[in-house]
Structures are given as structure tokens and as C-alpha cells.
Ligand binder design. Structure first.
Ligand code: ADE
Length: 340
């Protein structure tokens, strides 16, 4: 996949380290997701009062909304350590054995992209999550032995962009589920002002609002856009981030007023013009755009659905009249009525 400035996933290790430095460390510092924060606070306080590990927690929602950040906050609030890994990185049960046996009471095992665990690893995790033990097979054939290894009471925090892709037995082993939704622009504006403060950039609220309105409801994108705008302000101005500089910088990046980039616009244009507003299957869209279906489903579509530019029907994706108006397009063949 090409690098998109508006993708919810992180781009490289340099960006990763800046995002890390901007990450809130405590629930108090965390902006937005008020309901989730309040529920989490109750859960953590109850576990603290009982001196118990927190129940296993599953976070689900689009990339870049703070699932990893929340795992670190939970560990921090509970005075515990966090061990982070990801579904695709775990190939053999041996990969997990070392981590699991090193976990202390209350430590956090964070597994990102948990819907991508292999079935073998999933099976291996069931007794670990449920009974805090693992069955480890040593030797092969006639000499094979199952060793039962007890574990400390740890907390598994799973993150997924697609709750529907988790197997029912795995989903059922989480005691708590939290859906993380896109952030409203007011929250993103506040996050941008906080980040600018940490980066020691001069910014006004109008500029923060301009950046927030183009950040597709996603803090990671908001912080990335802020850095691009900051560079632009340093080079083209005196470093002060104004609304005008922000708009110019983001226009130059190809990020429009609704936060759409080339790929979004191309997708919408294809649905509207080529498929006359739809419905069109995701496979056909992937082939026409030469993009992976997972990329479209995880990174592109969620925000377009959120703002009502597309809708998913059983027959496929359809584009809205609002999307067509935003791009100044009309469906081919005058099939305007096909837009919803
Ligand atoms: N940086 C990224 N996400 C944030 C959030 N939710 N609150 C504060 N700072 C953030």
C-alpha cells in the first residue's frame, strides 16, 4: 500500500516515536471517549480496591483511535508492566510461552490485531485466559509429554479493527468489551492543542479547528497532520501555526476539507461515475483501484461510512448525493436517482 497521510495506521518508526511522546499516560490526560473513560475508571478502581488483576479487555474500532494507548494507560494506572505483541507476529506457541511465564500478577499482555491470531495460538491462549495455565507439549511422537504450567493472574488486552472476525470462543473469554468510535472534531481540536503544547509549537484555536476538521475523527491522523503543518509553518512562515497556514499545508498534502485524500476521492469517483452510484461489490472496487480489499475495508471505508459518503448494502457499496456534491460529480448516464 502507498503511504497515505490520512491513514489510521502508523507510517514508520520516526513517526512512531513522536506519536509515543504525545501519547497520554493516564486516564486524566486522555481526551475524548468520555463514556469509555468513565467505565474504565470504575473497572480499574474496583480491581485496585480488590487487589486483583483487571478482567480481560477487548477494544475494537478503526485504527489510530487509541487502542494501544489505552493498554499502556491501564498498565500505568495499575502499576503493572505491559508486554505488547500482535496477532500476525505470533506463529508458534513457543513465541508466547516466554512472555506468558514472565508475566507477574496484574501485568498486561497486549495483543494488537488479535483477529489475525492463528488457530493454534488461539487454542493455546484459551486455558491461559480462563484458568491462568498453559498446556505445553514437549518432545515429539512417543516421547511427547504435556506439561501444565501455571501462570500469574494477568490481564489480556486485545485490540481489533474487526470484532466480527474474532472467533466466538476467543471473544467470550474477554470479560469487558469497549467499542472505540471516531472522535468528534471538538475532541480532536483539544488533542491537537495539547500535542502542539508538548511540541512547543505556537498555534491558535482556529488553526487547531482547521486541522481537526481534516483528521477523519482519528487522533493519530490529527497528530500527523499537526506535524506536517508545523513543518510547513516553519519553512513558509515564522513557525506560527494559523488557520490559513494549516489549510494551505493540508491542501498541498492533498488532504481536502473533509479529510479525504486521493484514494478516497478515487474510490468515490469510481462508484459515482463508473458504477453510476453503485451498488458495487468490494472485490470489484479493489480490482478497479488496484488496492487490497483489507486496506479498503479497514482504512478507507470506515470514515466514508461514518460521514455518510458511502453506504454498505447487501448488493455492495453505494455513494451518496452528498459525496457527489463534495467532489462536484454527476453519475454517468444521468442516473442521479441511484445516489442515496
Ligand atoms: N493523543 C492521542 N490520542 C489522545 C487522546 N485521546 N487524548 C490525549 N492525547 C492524545
Amino acid at each position: 500500500m502507498r503511504d497515505r497521510v490520512v491513514t489510521g495506521s502508523s507510517l514508520n518508526s520516526d513517526e512512531e516515536s513522536t506519536q509515543l511522546s504525545l501519547r497520554p499516560q493516564t486516564l486524566r490526560e486522555y481526551i475524548g471517549q468520555k463514556e469509555l473513560r468513565e467505565k474504565l475508571e470504575v473497572t480499574l478502581n474496583a480491581a485496585k480496591a480488590r487487589r486483583e488483576a483487571v478482567e480481560h479487555i477487548l477494544f475494537y474500532g478503526p485504527p489510530g483511535l487509541g487502542k494501544t494507548t489505552l493498554a499502556h494507560i491501564i498498565a500505568n494506572e495499575m502499576d503493572a508492566k505491559v508486554y505488547a505483541t500482535a496477532g500476525p507476529a505470533l506463529k508458534r506457541s513457543g513465541d508466547l510461552m516466554g512472555i506468558l511465564t514472565n508475566l507477574k500478577e496484574g501485568d498486561i499482555l497486549f495483543i494488537d490485531e488479535i483477529h489475525r491470531l492463528s488457530p493454534v495460538i488461539e487454542e493455546f491462549l484459551y486455558p491461559a485466559m480462563e484458568d491462568f495455565k498453559v498446556d505445553f507439549v514437549v518432545d515429539k511422537g512417543a516421547f511427547a509429554k504435556v506439561i501444565n504450567v501455571p501462570l500469574k493472574r494477568f490481564t489480556m488486552v486485545g485490540a481489533t479493527t474487526r470484532a466480527g472476525m474474532l472467533s466466538a470462543p476467543l471473544r467470550d473469554r474477554f470479560g469487558i468489551y469497549y467499542h472505540i468510535d471516531f472522535y468528534p472534531p471538538e475532541d480532536l481540536q483539544e488533542i491537537i492543542l495539547r500535542s502542539a503544547g508538548l511540541l512547543e509549537s505556537r498555534i491558535d484555536t482556529e488553526a487547531a479547528r482547521t486541522i481537526a476538521s481534516r483528521a477523519r475523527g482519528t487522533p493519530r491522523i490529527a497528530n500527523r497532520l499537526l506535524r506536517r503543518v508545523r513543518d510547513y509553518a516553519d519553512v513558509k512562515g515564522d513557525g506560527t501555526i494559523t488557520a490559513e497556514i494549516s489549510a494551505r499545508a493540508l491542501d498541498a498534502e492533498g488532504v481536502d476539507e473533509r479529510g479525504l485524500d486521493d484514494l478516497d476521492r478515487k474510490l468515490l469517483k469510481i462508484v459515482i461515475e463508473y458504477y453510476k452510484g453503485g451498488p458495487v461489490g468490494i472485490e470489484a472496487l479493489g480490482a478497479t483501484l488496484n488496492e487490497e480489499i483489507d486496506t479498503l475495508v479497514d482504512m478507507v471505508e470506515p470514515y466514508l461510512l461514518k460521514i455518510g459518503f458511502i453506504k454498505r448494502t447487501r448488493q455492495g457499496r453505494m455513494a451518496s448525493a452528498e459525496a457527489a456534491a463534495h467532489l462536484g460529480l454527476k453519475p454517468a448516464g444521468g442516473e442521479q436517482e441511484k445516489l442515496f
